[in-house]
Write a protein that binds this ligand. Structure first.
Ligand SMILES: [Fe+2]
Length: 336
């Protein structure tokens, strides 16, 4: 979605976060100037700003009609070189606009390099390197041995992952706008994913209780304590809003986790009501999309809300292996 904004509240939110993440005054000024310049590149007619009711209604209408016309579980076939064929680019663009994700299937198994090249076709270049990633910054999601330090993190086990958006704990300069998955081997049992378009979440909340969106866009809505292992600070403390507008793409970003561990939510009444509403909408299940990627299938998304079922590998078949790449870019499908 290409909604754009220039809004004092959002700028202020960015500045507060910059203040918490930077130490040097010179660096801070440079970052603030940079962010201000990026935000100024956006116009102030974003449908995601509460004062823009006309823009919101127009965007809402388009979103509804796209979703009614399309199927979220549509699988787009890649060509023999592992790319989206020219003939399906417009359909995939519309799919992303409707649901913020698209499922694809390759003819042959893609290696990690081909996976990265495909993601580039979606406009995804600036890849994040989380600590568990491989050297090429692609993460191989598989069950690791207990001796592997990653085994303490649920993604590297066969356990279920509850609702979240990727990198919700990341600092502002590492905000995850999109991610892609590619299934090399699915598990013998389980391992499905469930998805919920974060723009749809925004729409449902705005229709029901626009005042709660204010709370969710507050820069101190969530606080994530530092990740300290022994004497090493793996990640410093981070705080920020649930919904914000990406400074560079002006797209809607959502940061959320349903895990109560390692997150401190703002505890005033309005914030609590806002969080409860998110939980109710997710539990209601109406707009939840269940998928189970088959071998050679993948998913590209604008960091929608998602989770994973627990799974069990079958001793007779290769263990579950999913490639994952996270990006600082929002999806912007390139013309060949
Ligand atoms: Fe995730």
């Amino acid at each position: 979605m290409g909604g754009s904004n220039r809004h004092g509240g959002v700028i202020k939110s960015c500045l507060i976060q910059a203040d918490r993440t930077m130490t040097s005054g010179t660096e801070l000024n440079a970052t603030v100037d940079h962010m201000q310049a990026m935000l100024n590149d956006c116009n102030n007619r974003s449908p995601f700003l509460l004062q823009n009711e006309g823009e919101y209604q127009a965007w809402r209408q388009r979103k509804l009609s796209n979703r009614q016309a399309l199927s979220a579980s549509e699988v787009f076939k890649l060509d023999s070189s592992g790319r989206l064929p020219e003939s399906s680019l417009n359909a995939v663009r519309r799919q992303i606009e409707a649901f913020n994700f698209a499922i694809f299937e390759s003819a042959e198994t893609l290696d990690k390099n081909a996976f990265l090249l495909l993601n580039e076709q979606f406009g995804l270049y600036r890849i994040d390197a989380n600590p568990g990633a491989d050297e090429d910054r692609v993460t191989s999601l598989r069950v690791v041995k207990p001796s592997d330090a990653r085994s303490q993190y649920i993604p590297y086990t066969n356990r279920a992952l509850n609702w979240h958006t990727d990198g919700y704990y990341n600092s502002l300069d590492r905000r995850i706008e999109a991610f892609a998955l590619y299934c090399v081997n699915q598990a013998g049992r389980g391992g499905g994913n469930y998805l919920f378009d974060h723009e749809w979440m925004y729409l449902l909340i705005r229709d029901q209780s626009p005042d709660l969106l204010d709370a969710l866009m507050s820069p101190d809505m969530m606080r994530i304590p530092a990740n300290v292992q022994g004497r090493d600070v793996i990640r410093p403390e981070e705080s920020g809003p649930v919904f914000s507008l990406q400074p560079d793409s002006c797209a809607l970003n959502m940061r959320y986790t349903s895990r109560p561990r390692n997150i401190v939510w703002k505890s005033d009444k309005r914030s609590e009501r806002a969080l409860n509403l998110i939980r109710e909408i997710l539990m209601d299940g109406d707009a939840v999309v269940d998928i189970r990627l088959q071998n050679r299938q993948g998913l590209v998304c604008n960091n929608v809300l998602h989770g994973r079922q627990a799974f069990h590998d079958d001793a007779q078949r290769p263990a579950r292996l999913i490639y994952r790449a996270r990006y600082y870019d929002a999806i912007d499908i390139q013309q060949d």
